[in-house]
Ligand binder design. Structure first.
Ligand SMILES: Nc1ncnc2c1ncn2[C@@H]1O[C@H](COP(=O)(O)OP(=O)(O)OP(=O)(O)O)[C@@H](O)[C@H]1O
Ligand SMILES: [Mg+2]
Length: 245
């Protein structure tokens, strides 16, 4: 495998990734999985539960280097990651969680970021005092505080109620547009992917590969319900075709 930076795009070419199960068996999780995402754009990876989405994100983040293939990160290569669980340091306040991740950021920058995500009044709270929705916002603020060249998010809205998920989705969409950070978001919700991303990668069942790619074409803000419905039908048809293959 190789893992290097300095590209104008995120380029993922994984020829194979295996996990070893508890029983010692080899499990092929990703096979011939390829996609590219231009710098400054948002991509979404959509796939069924257990198909290998988190595995893929961990490869891109460099947390797992046991795979065959190559991954090139956008220029700069600085990563911000929002895990499937918020993973905050429980004995540190909200603002300290950000400070530890981004020691270079000024107090004013961190305060502005917390305000932007509706967290101003929680800066001195500890993670145990936060609801899951707030903790997810803190995890996102922490990832943004490091001013990443690539923002990776693993199902950031899972187990939030629909209204809260919609609100946070809107915040993330606005932040992506504002900061123009290359973003890859993992989700199993096609509608969410269509509303957030410029390009949607539909994964097959395990071993996962990109079975179809949707180009959204319309800027996030201008996407009408009719256009989103049409894209969703296109995605459903592509998934059905993958199933029959
Ligand atoms: N460290 C590991 N060791 C062994 N098997 C693993 C490991 N991590 C994941 N797996 C297996 O690899 C497969 C893909 O897991 P992964 O977590 O990447 O899926 P996912 O698409 O993120 O699932 P979900 O939608 O439930 O989050 C699963 O069968 C899982 O049990
Ligand atoms: Mg996962």
């Amino acid at each position: 495998m190789s893992h290097d930076g300095a590209a104008a795009l995120l380029e993922v070419r994984v020829s194979s990734k295996d996990h070893v199960t508890a029983g010692g068996r080899s499990l092929c999780v990703l096979r011939d999985l390829q996609f590219t995402l231009p710098a400054g754009r948002a991509g979404a990876v959509v796939g069924p539960s257990g198909c290998g989405k988190t595995t893929l994100l961990r490869l891109i983040a460099g947390l797992d280097r046991q795979y065959r293939g190559s991954i090139r990160l956008p220029a700069g290569g600085r990563l911000g990651m929002v895990f499937q669980e918020p993973r905050l340091l429980p004995w540190r306040s909200v603002v300290d969680n950000l400070r530890i991740a981004a020691p270079q950021a000024s107090a004013a920058t961190l305060a502005a970021l917390l305000a932007r995500l509706g967290l101003a009044e929680h800066a001195e709270h500890f993670p145990g005092e936060l609801s899951l929705g707030l903790a997810r916002r803190v995890a996102l603020a922490r990832a943004l505080a490091i001013e990443p060249d690539l923002l990776l998010m693993d199902e950031p809205f899972v187990s939030l109620d629909a209204a809260l998920a919609r609100e946070l989705r809107g915040e993330i969409a606005a932040l992506i547009d504002e900061k123009k950070v290359t973003t890859l978001i993992v989700t199993h919700d096609i509608r969410e992917a269509i509303e957030l991303a410029d390009r949607v990668f539909l994964l097959s069942t395990r071993p996962a590969r990109v079975g179809a790619t949707l180009e959204i074409g319309t800027p996030r803000r201008a996407l009408t319900k009719e256009a989103a419905d049409a894209l969703q039908r296109e995605a459903d048809a592509a998934i059905e075709a993958m199933r029959r293959r």
